[in-house]
Design a protein around this ligand. Structure first.
Ligand code: ARG
Length: 466
């Protein structure tokens, strides 16, 4: 028998440097369980359709199970000369059960095989990620609930703008991550397509039954076009793009934690166990975890860009270039999971400096809009009211006071409409609670949003468990 399963038409051995260069085993060995599961389903289908005998099928299946065990016990040898995980398993099968093993690849090519393996891997990984995001959402909601009533200066243009509830700000992240979970979930139906039977590109002459294989492997759908089935990596690009967007959310959150834990802000403090020291400056407590999450975001974007670039000029159908898909896919999935996991631990340990946050929310004329509103609801046209509040800000700035620190008399010099009740009106808590528009920061809104989120999460978790 020849060295390699495919080398019948070759008269010279592959150069060792080519073997090393083309080998992908270091990366794709982690697909072994999907590869074996797919092969077992394929065998059962071949037997069912009498393409191979039932006896041969059970010998093949026993052999495949034994190889799985060997891999799991660390007793399996990997080496470059056998290229990839598919060849490793097939070659090992020949060694284990002899010639019958050569029947496994009937009506199949590595092109549809690798597409199947990656799809099986990705649907599992997507489900894992959705579960992790759900846990994260739960933690965010818990933090929001525990800190309801804490007032934060809300920012636009990185300038203090209006007071909001910290919980409202946190619930904004809940919304982002919920969309991520939903996006991953939506993408699953495009991952869940069974490509076996497409063979190299044109389909197969054997009377296979793709629906049967799909049934065993729990795929709701069989691919509709064999050429597309072996060339399609859209589902990987889609995953990487969802992962990139999820990382954008992590990166923004991380950026805020980094800023907020600086002594300039001091809004929060990271737990000692989630911060690191400096090797030279003894006073330092650095936010390395959020910094690294922010940094790793770039790598996930890179994975997406690599995958888009990889595919953009490939003629149909399979091209070996596509072997490069797995390194970037695994990299992005691993990073995303690591980031979610570290946040799951770090986030509940966050210490919130309520007084400092609230003080910041009461300084810097965050109530100027409300002063304008006060005048407008009492009949002053809004533009005029805006100008009037602006003049009051100018005056207060000169006096080095806040608007609510001016006397009633001083305030009245800007408008005769102003009465004593203005002071209550300009109080941050009051300002927040007046913002009852849908999705606004009023405490009652935020409470309702938290309640709704908890219910949604409960349902999601129930569904995930069933
Ligand atoms: N290792 C290959 C990959 O990941 C498997 C498919 C190889 N197909 C081929 N025609 N050489 O793409």
């Amino acid at each position: 028998m020849s060295d390699k399963i495919w080398d019948g038409r070759f008269s010279h051995k592959t150069d060792a440097s080519v073997e090393a260069f083309t080998s992908s085993i270091d990366i794709d060995k982690r697909l072994y369980s999907y590869d074996i599961e797919g092969s077992i389903a394929h065998c059962s289908m071949l037997a069912e359709r009498a393409i191979i005998t039932k006896e041969d099928a059970s010998i093949l299946i026993r052999g495949l199970n034994a190889i799985r065990e060997e891999i799991e016990r660390g007793k399996f040898e990997f080496d470059d000369s056998r290229e990839d995980i598919h060849m490793h398993i097939e070659t090992a099968l020949v060694q284990k059960i002899g010639k019958v093993a050569l029947k496994l690849h009937t009506a199949r090519s590595r092109n549809d095989q690798v597409a199947l393996d990656v799809r099986m891997y990705l649907r599992q990984e997507t489900v894992n990620i959705i579960k992790l995001i759900t846990e994260l959402c739960k933690i965010i909601v818990e933090l929001a609930e525990r800190n309801l009533n804490v007032i934060l200066p809300g920012y636009t243009h990185m300038q203090r703008a209006q007071p909001v509830l910290l919980s409202h700000h946190l619930m904004a992240y809940y919304e982002m991550f919920s969309r991520d979970a939903e996006r991953f979930n939506d993408s699953l139906k495009r991952v869940n397509v069974m490509p076996l039977g497409s063979a190299a590109l044109a389909g197969t002459t054997y009377p296979i039954d793709g629906e049967y294989t799909a049934g065993i492997l729990n795929f709701p759908k069989v691919s509709a076009n064999s050429i597309d089935a072996v060339s399609d990596r859209d589902f990987i690009i889609e995953f990487l793009s969802s992962a990139s967007l999820c990382m954008v959310h992590f990166s923004r959150l991380s950026e805020e934690l980094i800023l907020w834990s600086s002594s300039e802000f001091s809004f929060i403090e990271l737990a000692d166990s989630f911060a690191t020291g400096s090797s030279i400056m003894p006073q330092k407590k650095n936010p390395d975890v959020p910094e690294l999450v922010r940094g790793k975001t770039g790598r996930v974007f890179g994975d997406l860009m690599a995958m888009l670039s990889l595919m953009k000029s490939l003629p149909l159908s399979y091209n070996r270039d596509m072997q490069e898909d797995k390194a970037v896919l695994f990299d992005a999935a691993d990073i995303l999971k690591a980031c979610i996991k570290i946040y799951l631990k770090m986030f509940p340990e966050l210490r919130i400096n309520r007084e400092i946050m609230e003080k910041a929310a009461s300084e810097g004329f965050l109530n100027a809009t409300d002063m304008a509103d006060y005048l407008a609801v009492r009949g002053t046209p809004f533009r005029e009211a805006h100008a009037c509040a602006g003049q009051a800000v100018r005056y207060a700035l000169d006096k080095k006071k806040e608007l609510n620190e001016l006397s009633l008399k001083e305030l009245q010099s800007f408008s005769s409409v102003i009465k004593k009740d203005i002071f209550k009106f300009l109080n941050p808590q009051e300002m927040i609670n007046r913002r009852k528009s849908a999705g606004g920061t009023a405490t009652e809104n935020v409470k309702a949003a938290i309640k709704k989120a908890k219910k949604n999460l409960e349902n999601t978790i129930q569904r995930q468990l069933s």
